[in-house]
Design a protein around this ligand. Structure first.
Ligand code: HEC
Length: 253
């Protein structure tokens, strides 16, 4: 279905029955990761970025995985922590295997390589992509529906954030406005990953990406359940928000 028709369908579905998952359900796949890699937090960094764009959910340490990261065999992906890491994909003729292959292809692409190298611990880059080819700077193109993103933001994020004129007096004072966040050079990164940034994890689930809420600590307010397409729409909307004039540089933690 083309984007326009999809958006109309989405909008119709949205008007009739509220938010619906927009991406056709993509087949997820299982990924095995060595402990040395998992403990770095690298997966928490890389997986949402891949899942966000593709709608493919990755089940870390699933039984019988379609893809295995190891320091021994497979396609070389990156080096760091004193060794090389390889990825091996199995059963590429199955739908889950095909999803795993997309992950492998993405990691091997320029964009994937740059993403690998953006992972830092204490501000220091940890991995170098192997064979990622020459660096090519490409501007991000936002493909979501900004109008829907705006409506979504007012309804869901506007409980705490000032989104724009229409809720200027309604945000929570200590919460940064969207215009302020938009003025930060890394606003895009912050929005793509907002659901893992405090305070959101306690109340937010990105479908197919977030772990379920800890049953022992259920959200204390109505939770935000959003899909990858919702987030895409939010990003498209935020890209149109006029950045606040910060005057002096400002640091948001
Ligand atoms: C329950 C209140 C609440 C809701 C609802 C909420 N936020 Fe936030 N958000 C906050 C607070 C508080 C901060 C500031 C956290 C800080 O400075 O440490 C924040 C910060 C952020 C940041 C910057 C994070 C960072 O680490 O730089 C982004 C981006 C963001 N929110 C996006 C969103 C989006 C998108 C939504 C809606 C889908 C949303 N928020 C919904 C309370 C909320």
């Amino acid at each position: 279905m083309n984007n326009f028709r999809r958006n109309i369908t989405l909008l119709t579905a949205f008007l009739i029955c509220g938010p619906v998952p927009a991406l056709p359900q993509q087949s997820g796949f299982g990924l095995e990761v060595p402990q040395s890699l998992e403990s770095t937090g690298f997966l928490r960094f890389i997986v949402p970025r891949f899942s966000l764009k593709t709608g493919i959910k990755i089940e870390i340490q699933a039984a019988d995985p379609e893809a295995v990261f190891s320091t021994e065999s497979g396609t070389p992906i990156m080096e760091g922590l004193g060794q090389n890491y390889y990825l091996q994909v199995f059963r590429t003729d199955s739908t889950r295997g095909k999803s795993a292959q997309r992950f492998a292809d993405w990691l091997g692409s320029d964009v994937g390589g740059r993403t690998i190298e953006q992972f830092t611990i204490d501000g220091v880059s940890v991995f170098t992509a192997i064979d990622s080819g020459p660096e090519v700077e490409t501007a991000t193109v936002f493909t979501g529906d900004a109008v829907r993103g705006e409506a979504y933001s007012y309804t869901n994020c506007g409980r705490c954030h000032v989104i724009g004129e229409a809720n200027r007096m309604k945000g929570i004072g200590s919460t940064p406005s969207f215009a302020l966040l938009r003025a930060l050079p890394d606003w895009e990164e912050r929005f793509i990953t907002f659901f893992v940034r405090i305070p959101h994890p306690a109340i937010t689930q990105l479908e197919g990406v977030s772990e379920p809420f800890d049953p022992a600590r259920p959200p204390t307010i109505a939770p935000l359940m959003l899909t990858v397409d919702d987030l895409d729409d939010i990003l498209s909307f935020v890209s149109t928000v006029e950045p606040a004039d910060l005057g002096a540089p400002l640091i948001v933690h």
